[in-house]
Design a protein around this ligand. Structure first.
Ligand code: PMP
Length: 395
């Protein structure tokens, strides 16, 4: 999901570049939160009903996670002090890795400080110059950057187009790696995993699946895309999970077989050359994992909200609805200024829904990206649907 932002910057005339972006309605602005993450947030000094976070299970402000983090601070202090392989790998990190691997039924898991870094780490450790990474066109920006940094050839197939993928696998040289989001971050749809597994096996390729928006959310017990598809990942599958979304904390991990995970430990530059996340954060993630595992009602409630939202917006005109059954529910409106105008109108009604514009999505694909959380109530979704009805009528 990086549509050539770099291309626009050729002469380093930043004044002109900023002016052009402003004229095209593409300038991004920070908002400032003054309350914990959740459906009702104080943002820029005003209360808003928010539909934009990745806190899918409503754990970011859960008192049990906060208590675990406090206990972690009391025991280990606030900072890890160094990289994992120096002396920054604490008992908290070690236990979390074991618990994540057990939960997913894989041999090993390796913690990274962010999902962005996990993606750079896993790709760069396993492939390089002379190899080919065949990647879905709508993959997250961190996966695109990962391939570019690795030095491997990047071959991008049309979104979820298996024939295009297969043709590219046939032409590929060196080691092959298929790279995909499990749930696509801007469209909310899912990858055709069974077919990807079959192709990876046939071409003896790595299959790396970014489960950032899937772990905790998809599957009966939250184990992500593979569980939802009824598949057990094989030896050459690696899954990346982020802890800053459904887990409500921060950080990420790669899960898979013992040997590739050992290679990551030895070679992943974003593991080797960065400070480990604070151990107290890992303690909060351990508490989150227990809740992700045990509180299935959160996924059930979320599924109910998703179904209600989809039914509510089914009849709205002037919007393209993407077939998504995940908590990511995009409403494609087309041009950037129209998306911004709609987001502004929702904002005036106290609802926070982000307008996503190029380069995050393709030109003409600007959208309102609604994300739902188990912390929302049915009444919140109803309020959003009725505000959307009013806004689509007037824009
Ligand atoms: N992969 C995907 C699909 C994502 O959406 C994100 C975050 N937006 C990341 C990776 C990066 O994760 P993190 O925020 O932990 O760096």
């Amino acid at each position: 999901m990086d549509y050539g932002e770099g291309d626009a910057i050729t002469k380093h005339d930043w004044t002109q570049w900023l002016d052009e972006r402003a004229a095209a309605g593409l300038i991004r602005r920070l908002t400032v939160a003054g309350s914990p993450q959740g459906p009702r947030m104080r943002i820029d000094g005003r209360e808003r009903l928010a539909f934009c976070s990745n806190d899918y299970l409503g754990l970011a402000n859960d008192p049990r996670l906060a208590a675990a983090m406090h206990a972690g601070i009391d025991r280990y202090g606030v900072g890890a002090g160094s990289a994992h392989l120096i002396n920054g790998h604490f008992e908290s990190h070690d236990r979390l890795e074991v618990e994540l691997a057990d939960w997913l039924g894989v041999e090993d898991a390796r913690l990274f400080s962010t999902g962005y870094m996990a993606n750079l780490g896993v790709v760069g450790a396993l492939v390089g110059r002379g190899d080919t990474v065949i990647a879905d066109r709508l993959n997250h920006a961190s996966l695109i950057d990962a391939v570019q940094l690795s030095g491997a050839r990047l071959s991008r197939y049309r979104h979820n187009d298996l024939a295009d993928l297969e043709a590219r696998l046939e032409r590929a040289s060196g080691e092959r790696m298929i790279l995909t989001d499990g749930v696509f971050s801007m469209d909310g749809d899912v990858a055709p995993l069974a077919e990807l597994v079959e192709l990876a096996e046939r071409f003896d390729a790595w299959l790396v699946v970014d489960e950032a928006h899937a772990f905790g959310v998809l599957g009966q017990t939250g184990r992500g895309s593979f569980e939802a598809a009824g598949l057990v990942p094989g030896e050459r599958v690696l899954r990346v999970g982020t802890l800053g979304k459904a887990f409500g904390t921060a950080g990420a991990f790669v899960a898979g077989g013992a040997e590739p995970l050992e290679v990551l430990l030895q070679r992943a530059r974003t593991y080797l050359f960065t400070t480990a996340q604070p151990p107290a954060v890992a303690e909060a993630s351990r508490a989150a994992l227990a809740i992700v595992r045990d509180e299935a009602w959160r996924r059930d409630h979320l599924a109910e909200l998703v179904a209600r939202f989809r039914a509510g917006v089914a009849g709205l005109g002037g919007l393209e609805r993407i077939a998504s059954s995940t908590p990511i529910q995009p409403l494609v409106v087309g041009e950037a200024d129209r998306a911004v105008a709609m987001a502004d109108r929702l904002d005036a009604r106290g609802l926070l829904v982000p307008a996503i514009r190029p380069p995050t999505v393709p030109a003409g694909g600007s959208r309102l990206r609604v994300t739902l959380s188990a912390a929302h109530e049915v009444a919140d979704v109803d309020a959003l649907v009725s505000a959307l009805r009013e806004c689509t009528n007037i824009v």
